[in-house]
Design a protein around this ligand. Structure first.
Ligand code: ITT
Ligand code: NA
Length: 184
């Protein structure tokens, strides 16, 4: 089976590809700009994008909307993560967090799959914002996010290792389990 992943982010594709490879599912990147509405939840953003795309491309396909939620910043950047990454960047986040003791944060991913209807799969990982950047792997905010129970950031892990604990890995797991049940 081949699955189209609608995203501009090659890092996400690499993770999904690695996750699905052993399951015999080939993931390929399809770049197709879609509107990301301003909404309170990743689910709303993902579902809106999915329905918008469904009217324009042949299915099935999926997309992923993710965000980093920092407790001390009341969940910021959250649904604004892509914009904040492009503007403030990870150095900007570290500056906002300078002197802040409570470093708790989590990532969430919502995978939205279209096969004629909407299916949402979610994943979350808890952790903390490091004091400085560490590691060169991964993408986005990975160099400043350390998952709970580890002393390395996501950027210091292999893709397989990150997938085994990450928000996206968990959403991919739910997605793949659903596919297994529903593609019989
Ligand atoms: P799309 O085209 O798939 O939307 P994007 O990079 O804009 O790609 P999002 O809107 O979902 O994706 O991502 C929000 C931001 O959070 C973006 O800057 C990502 O780099 C970052 N991000 C998402 N997943 C991440 C992860 O697993 N590790 C680190 N940063 C992540
Ligand atoms: Na985006």
């Amino acid at each position: 089976m081949r699955l189209a992943f609608i995203t501009s982010n090659p890092g996400k594709v690499e993770e999904a590809r690695k996750y699905f490879e052993p399951l015999g599912v080939e993931v390929y990147q399809l770049r197709f700009e879609y509107p990301e509405i301003q909404a309170d939840t990743l689910e709303e953003v993902a579902e809106y994008g999915l329905r918008w795309l469904a009217g324009r491309i042949g299915g099935p396909f999926f997309l992923d909307d993710s965000g980093l939620f920092i407790d001390a910043l009341r969940g910021f950047p959250g649904v604004y993560s892509a914009y904040v990454y492009r503007t403030l960047g990870i150095d900007g986040i570290l500056r906002l967090m300078a002197g802040v003791e409570d470093r708790k944060a989590h990532f969430r991913s919502v995978i939205a799959y279209w096969d004629g209807e909407v299916h949402l799969f979610t994943g979350r990982v808890d952790g903390e914002i490091t004091l400085e950047k560490r590691g060169t792997g991964g993408f986005g905010f990975d160099p400043i996010f350390m998952p709970q129970g580890f002393d390395r950031t996501f950027a210091e892990m292999t893709t397989d290792e990150k997938n085994s604990i990450s928000h996206r890995g968990r959403a991919l797991k739910a997605f793949s389990e659903w596919l297994k049940e529903n593609l019989k």
